[in-house]
Design a protein around this ligand. Structure first.
Ligand code: ACO
Length: 378
């Protein structure tokens, strides 16, 4: 976006923070999380290891990891008032992201005087419990009590379904949560940093970030990407269906990105995770179909929009992976929040340490020198 006397619409070219947390290179297709290339971290780390890495700048020792796991597990149960709120939201048919935003404001109930690190752990633990509990309530079922013996990812799947998940599914979800944990100064992260920079509190920052993530321009819509794959149905229909969409002026969901002009590195990692998970489940049909849809879409987009470099983005394989994990489409964005919460909090810690109010300027373009007209004469 071009600058206009120092004004950059959407702040596209504005450098607004320095961070140790993640580095996004859209031309190289590179995402570094706290020094690790995404692929090296996402498929190896447990989610708890990633949380520790982002919050402390290094990997935990075994004892530190065990302690963090235990602490997070102990913080999972939701306060009665949060559960009551979720019940009311379900009765009102509130969407999962709205219910999460409402419940987020109660995240520090009972721990109001806690230090920031304890509050952060409580937030990470409870956000997952809120998403899973609300899912049950929307189905007309009671929430499932968390299982302290399970890891964060395993417990989330358990609280959604009531069944302890397979190792392959836990690994799939863990890879997903690690993959979306942080991504530079995206809109929700910026929102969190702005809030905490006023010396407000972590819960306010996370509630604001959830509000920002909810918007379709940010939280994205992996649902429609999956709908396209289902609409195509069989590999032989891919070219005709996708070409018809392009001819009708539609955008192909799951392709193109504002920053990445090569294949989104998150698509690579999530595609590999989806492949492993579908392999473990013994049914590769949907994965194979998605691969064909991807290849066909990238080929047709290169012809349709030459020079635009429209490649697969994170949403395409997010949809496939989360669907393979048995998650409904309406759980995709809340599950994104389950992972990103740890990144938001890490940015809050950085911002608190930096300690400077974020306060940009605006340029007034309204009228000047108005005459005051008394109300009776207007
Ligand atoms: N299918 C067809 N054409 C496309 C697509 C697409 N997926 N993406 C971009 N184009 C076209 C546009 O129509 C435009 O053509 P034009 O210049 O002739 O008008 C050109 O390519 C460039 O498009 P922009 O809108 O400038 O690209 P921008 O970088 O602003 O948009 C975006 C990126 C919004 C992601 C876009 O690629 C898109 O709409 N993709 C489909 C939706 C999607 O997958 N969203 C999830 C993104 S990932 C995330 O947000 C986490």
């Amino acid at each position: 976006m071009s600058t206009n006397n120092g004004y950059d619409p959407g702040l596209a070219g504005v450098l607004a923070a320095e961070t140790h947390l993640s580095h996004v290179d859209g031309l190289k297709g590179e995402l570094i999380i706290a020094g690790f290339p995404l692929a090296r971290l996402a498929a190896n780390a447990t989610f708890e290891e990633t949380v520790f890495l982002l919050w402390h700048g290094r990997l935990p020792t075994q004892t530190e990891l065990d302690d963090l796991k235990q602490e997070l597990a102990g913080l999972r149960p939701l306060p009665e008032a949060t559960l009551n709120l979720l019940h009311s939201a379900a009765q009102a048919h509130t969407t999962p992201m709205d219910a999460l935003r409402m419940a987020a404001a109660t995240l520090d109930l009972g721990i109001e005087a806690a230090d920031n690190l304890t509050t952060a752990k409580t937030i990470v633990a409870r956000v997952a419990s809120i998403v899973a509990s609300y899912h049950r309530l929307r189905l007309g079922e009671e929430p499932i009590a968390p299982d302290p013996a399970l890891s964060h990812a395993a417990n989330f799947l358990y609280m959604l379904t009531g069944t302890p998940p397979s190792d392959a599914r836990v690994r799939g979800l863990e890879t997903y949560l690690n993959t979306v944990v942080d991504h530079g100064l995206n809109a929700s992260t910026f929102a969190a940093r702005v809030i905490v920079a006023t010396q407000s509190d972590l819960v306010s920052a996370i509630t604001g970030a959830i509000g920002a993530l909810k918007g379709p321009l940010h939280g994205g819509a992996p649902g429609p990407a999956l709908d396209t794959v289902f609409e195509i149905g069989t590999a032989d229909r891919a070219e005709a269906v996708l070409q018809a969409k392009l001819d009708a002026g539609e955008r192909l969901m799951g392709f193109g990105h504002r920053v990445y002009k090569v294949r989104d590195p998150r698509a690579e990692v999530l595609g590999a995770a989806a492949e492993k998970m579908f392999q473990a489940d013994g049914d590769m049909a949907l994965y194979e179909l998605a691969k064909t849809v991807e290849e066909t879409a990238v080929r047709l987009l290169a012809i349709h929009k030459p020079g635009r470099n429209l490649q697969t983005n994170v949403e395409f394989y997010t949809a496939l992976l989360l669907h393979g994990l048995g998650l409904n489409t309406d759980l995709f964005t809340p599950t994104f929040a389950v992972g990103r919460t740890a990144g938001w909090l890490a940015h809050c810690f950085e911002q608190i340490q930096y300690g400077r109010l974020i306060r940009p300027q605006s340029r007034y373009i309204g009228v000047m020198d108005r005459e005051w007209v008394p109300v009776a004469e207007r």
